[in-house]
Write a protein that binds this ligand. Structure first.
Ligand SMILES: C[S@@+](CC[C@H](N)C(=O)[O-])C[C@H]1O[C@@H](n2cnc3c(N)ncnc32)[C@H](O)[C@@H]1O
Length: 299
């Protein structure tokens, strides 16, 4: 990479803490692919404050209080908590978008409806432009219902009248019946609709990092190519294996990535070494050039 290479920053930490420090309106494109839930047992400690001359807290009129721990409640992360987890992060995403910026939210069929209602409230219903269905066809078939084989990607434009959409940069796909359109059109192919057929990251393919839930570069490349301009700034604050980082840099966009999982940092250190990323809050070990080990499920 030389001086004109796009920059790549990788932050280690809870994304809300990290992105809260970023200035307003500084990203052209934000894509996130959050886990279904936070994946952790949530623990909350309840406290009460009691008047005490020697207390550690100072309250109204300088009076001192001591903190009393009442107990800790732990519970498996539930659906309601998931929306509560997402909401402040989605608010931040909107704040961080430039006026013409776009937000892409990757989720699955189980949660998409609830998330859309939340996103409509944050971005405004007019800002909703498309629901993209990423359809794949891999793995076992269900025998008691139609096999669910798609993800949902919701696109919101901060300003629905003014956003980046590089139509000419859309990759072309083959016509289903090329004989019906003539040789020139058949040769050129057609633009995809809002249903994108693409295989998952092949378990044996070159692209595979071993990180669970890694998304295919073909899907991400299409989003970055069409929804941002060269040298734009792209953010992914649920970065995982760094698919957005790889795509952005290879397509000449600056990228900022955030993840709270040390395994994600290790995978990104190896995968993105070609782009000489700057790590923040994480010290990469000697970088391997290839990732060979499988990475377990994140917490
Ligand atoms: C579905 S994966 C993203 C996969 C990614 N799109 C890829 O292609 O590899 C979700 C990621 O969000 C991260 N994550 C979950 N909660 C987080 C939080 N509060 N702050 C930062 N990262 C978080 C997880 O560690 C995980 O890597």
């Amino acid at each position: 990479m030389n001086d004109s290479s796009p920059s790549l920053d990788v932050h280690f930490g809870d994304n809300l803490e990290v992105i809260r420090t970023f200035p307003d309106a500084t990203f052209d494109l934000i894509y996130i692919d959050p886990p279904f839930n936070t994946g952790k047992t949530q623990a909350r400690t309840q406290i009460q404050t009691v008047r005490d001359e020697d207390g550690d807290r100072i309250g109204f009129k300088g009076q001192r209080y001591r903190t009393v721990r009442i107990g800790t409640k732990a519970y498996a992360d539930s659906f309601t908590d998931y929306l509560a987890f997402l909401e402040p992060r989605l608010e931040e995403a909107r704040r961080l978008l430039k006026p013409h910026g776009s937000f892409f939210f990757h989720i699955d069929f189980r949660e998409v409806h609830y998330c859309k209602v939340l996103l409509d409230a944050i971005f405004g219903r007019d800002s909703f432009i498309n629901e993209i269905i990423w359809a794949y066809d891999y793995g076992a078939r269900a025998t008691k219902r139609w096999s669910p084989k798609h993800d949902n990607i919701l696109w919101y434009a901060k300003d629905p009248e003014n956003y980046t959409y590089r139509y000419d940069d859309i990759d072309r796909i083959p016509y289903m019946a090329p004989g019906l359109v003539g040789p020139e059109k058949a040769e050129r192919g057609k633009t995809p609709t809002d249903t994108w057929w693409n295989t998952i990251v092949s378990p044996n393919g070159k692209e595979k990092t071993g990180y669970p839930t890694q998304k295919p570069l073909a899907i991400i490349n299409r989003i970055i190519r069409v929804h941002s301009n060269p040298r734009d700034r792209v953010l992914d604050f649920f970065a995982g294996s760094g698919t957005i980082g790889e795509s952005a840099v290879r397509l000449n966009r600056h990228a900022v990535l955030v993840d709270s999982n040390p395994e994600a940092m290790r995978v990104m250190a190896s995968r993105l070494a070609f782009a000489k990323p700057t790590f923040r809050g994480y010290q990469p070990e000697a970088v391997e050039t290839e990732t060979t080990a499988d990475v377990g499920l994140f917490a």
